[in-house]
Design a protein around this ligand. Structure first.
Ligand SMILES: Cc1cc2nc3c(=O)[nH]c(=O)nc-3n(C[C@H](O)[C@H](O)[C@H](O)COP(=O)(O)OP(=O)(O)OC[C@H]3O[C@@H](n4cnc5c(N)ncnc54)[C@H](O)[C@@H]3O)c2cc1C
Length: 308
C-alpha cells in the first residue's frame, strides 16, 4: 500500500498537518512518539491563538482529539520514524518498531528535544538536582537556592515556575543579555529573589550525593566562579529531531532542515518539513501549526500536479 503522505510527529505541526491531510482526503499516516509536543509541560500558554490561556496538557489533549476526529487518517502512536529512504515513486519510512511504510510524500514534523550542557557532573547528577522540566520538578526544590541555565523563553518560564517554591533563583545567560520575552523578563527583574548573571559559561556541576553547586566562567573576565545551589534547571534550547533524513535533505550546521519558506518544501522533491525541526528562526506553537498547514496544502497541490 502506498500512502499519499506520511506525517512524522504529533506536536502542533504534525497535528495541524493531520487535520488538513484528512480534510483533503489524502491517504495519510501519522507516526508519532507522543501527542502534543514540547509545550505539554507548560502550565499556562497564553499565546495559542483562540485560547486566552491553556495548559500544555490541555493543548496536547485538544490537538490529539482534533486529529483523531478526522475520518480516514491512520495513526500510529507510540511509534517513531527512524529512517526515510527514496524508492521508486516515493519514499519508504522505517519506524523504530521495524515497520516500513511506502508513501508518495513525507512531512517531517518531529520538532526538537532538550539540549544538554555537556559539562562534567551533568549526567551524574541528572535527577539528583539537575532537572530539565521546571513544570514537573519545581515543587521538589521548595526552599532551595537554584540556578536556571539559559536566558531564552524556556529559561525565563522555568524561573517563573520556580518563583513560588525556590528561596533564591540565579538566572544564567551565556550572552550579554537575556533573549526571552520582554514581558517575562520584566516580571523576573521585579522579583528580589531573582539574580540575573550574563556572559556566563557553565563549566561543571558539583556535588556529592546531590547537587551542591555550579561552576561557571565569567566570559568578560575569564574568572571562574561558583554558585552554591541545590538545584540546576537546564533550559538551553533544543536539538532538531532530524536524524531520520540526514543525508537525504539539506540541513544547517545544527541539524535544522532547510526549507523554502513559501511552501515548506525541502531540498528533496517529495519531502516537506515544518515546525521546530526546520531552520525557521521562530520556534512557536502557532508557527509550527501554520507552516505545517502550508506544507500540507503544498503537498496536496504537488500530488494533483504530478497526478501521483
Ligand atoms: C517549556 C516550553 C514552553 C513553551 N511555551 C510556549 C508557548 O507558551 N507558546 C508557544 O508558542 N510556544 C511555546 N514553546 C515552543 C513550542 O512548544 C514549540 O515551538 C512547538 O512545540 C513546536 O512544535 P512542533 O510540532 O514543530 O514540534 P514538537 O512540539 O517538538 O513536537 C514534535 C512531536 O514529534 C514527536 N517525535 C519526535 N521525534 C519523532 C520521530 N522520530 N518520529 C515520530 N515522532 C517523533 C514528539 O513526540 C512530538 O510529539 C514552548 C517550549 C517549551 C520547551
Amino acid at each position: 500500500m502506498m500512502y499519499d503522505i506520511v506525517i512524522i510527529g504529533g506536536g502542533p505541526a504534525g497535528c495541524a498537518a493531520g487535520v488538513y491531510a484528512a480534510r483533503k482526503k489524502l491517504k495519510a499516516l501519522l507516526l508519532t512518539e507522543t501527542f502534543g509536543g514540547q509545550s505539554i509541560v507548560s502550565d499556562d500558554i497564553q499565546n495559542w491563538v483562540g485560547a486566552k490561556s491553556i495548559s500544555g496538557f490541555d493543548l496536547a489533549k485538544n490537538l490529539e482529539e482534533h486529529v483523531r476526529a478526522q475520518e480516514g487518517i491512520e495513526i500510529k502512536v507510540p511509534e517513531k520514524g527512524a529512517a526515510v529512504k527514496e524508492i521508486k515513486g516515493g519514499f519508504e519510512v522505517t519506524s523504530d518498531k521495524g515497520a516500513t511504510y511506502q508513501t508518495k510524500t513525507v512531512l517531517i514534523a518531529s520538532g526538537g528535544r532538550r539540549r544538554k550542557l555537556g559539562v562534567p557532573g551533568e549526567e551524574k547528577f541528572n535527577g539528583k538536582g539537575v532537572a530539565y522540566c521546571s513544570t514537573c520538578d519545581a515543587p521538589l526544590f521548595k526552599g532551595k537556592t537554584v540556578v536556571v541555565v539559559g536566558g531564552g523563553n524556556a529559561g525565563l518560564e522555568a524561573a517563573v515556575d520556580l518563583l513560588p517554591y525556590a528561596a533564591k533563583i540565579y538566572l544564567l545567560e551565556f550572552g550579554s543579555a537575556l533573549k526571552g520575552d520582554p514581558v517575562t523578563q520584566a516580571e523576573l527583574k521585579k522579583s528580589p529573589m531573582v539574580t540575573i548573571i550574563t556572559n556566563a559559561q557553565t563549566k561543571e556541576v558539583m556535588g556529592d550525593k546531590f547537587v551542591s553547586g555550579l561552576k561557571y566562567s565569567d566570559r568578560s573576565t575569564n574568572e571562574e566562579k561558583t554558585l552554591e545551589v541545590g538545584g540546576i534547571f537546564v533550559e538551553i534550547g533544543s536539538i532538531p529531531n532530524s536524524e531520520m533524513v540526514k543525508g537525504l535533505v539539506e540541513m544547517n550546521p545544527i541539524g535544522e532542515i532547510l526549507v523554502d519558506h513559501k511552501h515548506s518544501s525541502t531540498s528533496k522533491v517529495g519531502i516537506w518539513a515544518a515546525g521546530d525541526v526546520t531552520d525557521d528562526p521562530y520556534k512557536q506553537n502557532n508557527i509550527s501549526a501554520g507552516d505545517a498547514v502550508k506544507a500540507t496544502l503544498s503537498i496536496y497541490n504537488y500530488l494533483l500536479k504530478t497526478k501521483k
